[in-house]
Design a protein around this ligand. Structure first.
Ligand SMILES: Cc1cn([C@H]2C[C@H](O)[C@@H](COP(=O)(O)OP(=O)(O)OP(=O)(O)O)O2)c(=O)[nH]c1=O
Length: 206
């Protein structure tokens, strides 16, 4: 059975991968990430790949990546041509939330899968999943009190659909889990295609 490594410090990503019953380990790289692409779907693929590759190269130095799958992911919010990552500070969060309210935007998550076989050869795949999110109008007080909750600070676009911000979500088109940070269904189907024999825990008991 292949070992699965999640190259992420995000508690949301860990929970989502656990939710479908996969067994995996977490390895985090502290290398800085940067991108050259301009289109959001390319940016998230580039960053997801970089996160997975950074972890893979650290593991290689420690000896051996045989029979291992490394998964990396990155999430950004795209508002027309503008890319919104995590807010730098509360003022930045205020600007982001003001620009998102009363309209729709796209959330892109890139998922990169590095699949190492028994001899250490690697098959690389990366893919961007898009979800459109419609946010209700918010007044200044609502934005300020949401920022006070501290929920925005570690999240792309300065909001978490899974938290208090649910109060302002009119609807979404696409995968909900993609917005939270990991398109788990895409990842599971991709792992299945590449011959990962692990099946979600409990599936065989039914
Ligand atoms: C839009 C949105 C984003 N997010 C989160 C998902 C990501 O964790 C975060 C975007 O930051 P990322 O840079 O994608 O990821 P990260 O730094 O949290 O974790 P790592 O690089 O170690 O994998 O925003 C939510 O939790 N809910 C939401 O509704």
């Amino acid at each position: 059975m292949k070992k699965i490594i999640l190259a992420s410090a995000s508690p949301r990503r860990r929970e989502l991968l656990s939710q479908i019953g996969l067994e995996f380990e977490i390895v985090i790289s502290h290398k800085e990430e940067s991108y050259e692409s301009t289109r959001p779907e390319e940016i998230v693929k580039e960053l997801a790949l970089m996160k997975a590759e950074n972890v893979a190269s650290e593991l290689r130095e420690k000896g051996g990546l045989e029979d291992t799958v490394v998964i990396g992911a990155d999430t950004i919010v795209a508002l027309d041509q503008q890319i919104l990552g995590k807010p730098k500070d509360e003022e930045d969060a205020y600007q982001m939330l003001t620009s998102l309210q009363g309209r729709s935007h796209q959330v892109f998550t890139g998922a990169a899968i590095l699949d190492f076989d028994q001899t250490g050869n690697c098959q690389v795949s990366s893919h961007a999943v898009e979800t459109r999110v419609y946010v209700h109008e918010m007044d200044r007080q609502e934005i300020l009190s949401y920022i006070k909750s501290k929920e925005p600070m570690d999240k792309a676009g300065a909001y978490g659909i899974q938290g208090k911000f649910a109060a302002y979500i009119d609807k979404i088109e696409g995968d909900y889990y993609n917005v939270v940070g990991l398109p788990v269904s895409y990842i599971y189907q991709q792992l299945k295609k590449t011959g990962i024999t692990q099946s979600p825990k409990g599936a065989a008991d039914k």
